[in-house]
Design a protein around this ligand. Sequence first.
Ligand code: UD1
Length: 421
Amino acid sequence: MDSIEIVGGNRLVGTVPISGAKNAALPILAAALLADGEHVFRNVPNLRDVHTMTRLLERLGAQAEYTDGQVRVNLSRAIEPTAPYDLVKQMRASVLVLGPLVARCGRAVVSLPGGCAIGARPIDQHLKGLSAMGADVELHHGYVEVTVPGGRLRGSDIALDFPTHTGTENLMCAAVLAKGRTTLTNCAREPEIEELARVLNKMGGRIEGAGTSVISIEGVDSLHPIDHAIIPDRIEAGTFMVAAAATAGDLLLEGIGFEPLEAVIAKLREAGATVEREGDGIRVVGSRPIRPTDVITQPHPGFPTDMQAQFMMLMCLAKGTSRITETVFENRFMHVSELNRMGAKIQVNGRTATVKGVDRLEGAEVMATDLRASASLVVAGLVAEGTTYVRRVYHLDRGYEHIEEKLIPLGANIERVSGNA
Ligand code: UD1
């Protein structure tokens, strides 16, 4: 298994191109199941999760091929609507095929995603919505089996208990081919939801309100394939912003606007970084001292849970004490013990971590536990004294495209070491 080796202490300076968004690419690839013919998706990041999704599409009967940032998905053969455990267990977002399969085939059998390092993460809201649209839902042997009597879902009013991100996406995909109008309330409002609505509408769907908490979907009889370039990854951009602030660096993030990152930008400014629009990108300049800053994670447009670990790392170097509260997932503090091994002073009490700033972090051997925790450890390694070894980096490869190749030209002393070296 690969590791990342970092000798800390260098300022990051330069320009970083931001890759396509993982969390937009995954539901869009799944949504391709809704229309026969050949789709072309561009600006698709070269990530482990994307390859898991293309393998899943292949297993379902589609042809899906990744080459140089493009994925072609061709649906010309019969679809077998069963998503097996061996793929779903690798990536919880595999559950995104559920809505498209039920809409297209009138039935689906999808392995339950099960537990996950960052919390229980059930899919009850996805299933509640499908039931409201007329589907029968049963759980057997670790699989959820959804059958639609008559074969076609019908539009319905669905109020989500919580603005679930992939749940909103699954239900949008289910409703787009249903008979009649569906109104989803208390929806997730993330930019990736708006992007999925753009894609579905380009395919011939009739969706309004995506990006707000009420989405209205008038079902259509069929959809057609499209050619589409995916939006940039706001979480990758946010991670580089934190790296600029932490190293007192100066980075220009290319191809990403302010809008999807407003909550993160506000907190970085509060912490003392300068963040400005520049061309079609964002410039971030870090300075000292870093000011202590409290953060509470919230569904969009609040501060994203996917930036919590990275921001906590920054607060480890602040002059004073910060409180970081995680409200979206119940168990998303696994990076704390690893950061403490590098000299941080973080104490967790329930959903809140109290971070006492320290003057410096020290390089250590640390273990990546989930995707964003891994990113926080890489940034910690960039500022720590001495050498940091981040083990188990397959988590990092699930969500960051060649992170070390992007960091080296910025001045980072970082290397990927393959195998057990
Ligand atoms: C998505 C993102 C993930 C991000 C998260 C929150 C993708 C592929 N993943 O994950 O990167 O961290 O949003 O912004 O886009 N919940 C239920 N019942 C449900 C669904 C969710 O109780 O049916 C709970 C979960 O356990 C969790 C919370 O709701 O505590 C948020 O989950 P959700 O918004 O669904 O996250 P994901 O869509 O899995």
